[in-house]
Design a binder for this molecule. Structure first.
Ligand code: CTP
Ligand code: MG
Length: 171
């Protein structure tokens, strides 16, 4: 079991392609109210969590909730792919504005594994083209991730059984 230390009243940014297990990981380690998911936000503003036209509105809502929680000193976990630097930069700057620490947790999986998991999902139809594009964005990101303002970047091997980690909330 690996210890993953996260800021007790800060921000945790999950990073991983579709099918990497972000939502499963969040559910296993954090309280439901601590998790702010882009899919849930998309559903709230469109009745359909797969409606991509709702993405800008969904992220505006996500940022609003994250900002409010950080202002209130609540641990907040962002469940979105965050494979693009622009998405992460927005979250890092939101944390800065609220004087909150921000950690990243990267769930690494081979794209074949992510593809196979997605193929078996009833809730979503994410094709290999999308996973490959996300994987390319993520690979490009890995080098610069540590320079983007995260206090810590935790990289977990999520290609098999759920990573065995113990989350420690650091005050
Ligand atoms: N899964 C798995 N083994 C893991 C993690 C997840 O078999 N170690 C399965 C889940 O049961 C689910 C699928 O893979 O059926 C996708 O997992 P999920 O946590 O939903 O992945 P996300 O990264 O949240 O995908 P998305 O970005 O599309 O929301
Ligand atoms: Mg998910």
């Amino acid at each position: 079991t690996t210890e993953v230390r996260v800021p007790a009243s800060g921000l945790v940014v999950l990073v991983g392609v579709s099918g990497s297990g972000k939502s499963s990981f969040a559910r296993e380690h954090f309280r439901p109210t601590e998790i702010v998911s882009s899919d849930a936000c998309r559903a709230m503003v469109s009745d359909d969590e797969n409606d991509q036209s709702a993405t800008p509105d969904a992220f505006e809502l996500l940022n609003h909730i994250v900002g409010t929680r950080l202002r209130r000193g609540l641990l907040t976990v962002v469940d979105a792919t965050n494979v693009q630097s622009r998405a992460r930069a927005e979250l890092v700057s939101l944390a800065r504005r609220h004087h909150a620490l921000v950690d990243a947790i990267v769930l690494e999986v081979p794209e074949t594994v992510a593809g196979a998991r997605n193929a078996g999902r009833a809730d979503r139809d994410v094709g290999m083209t999308v996973v490959r594009r996300q994987q390319r964005d993520l690979s490009r990101s890995m080098k610069r991730l540590r320079k983007e303002g995260f206090r810590r970047v935790h990289v977990l091997d999520a290609g098999g059984a759920p990573p065995r980690v113990h989350i420690v909330r650091e005050r």
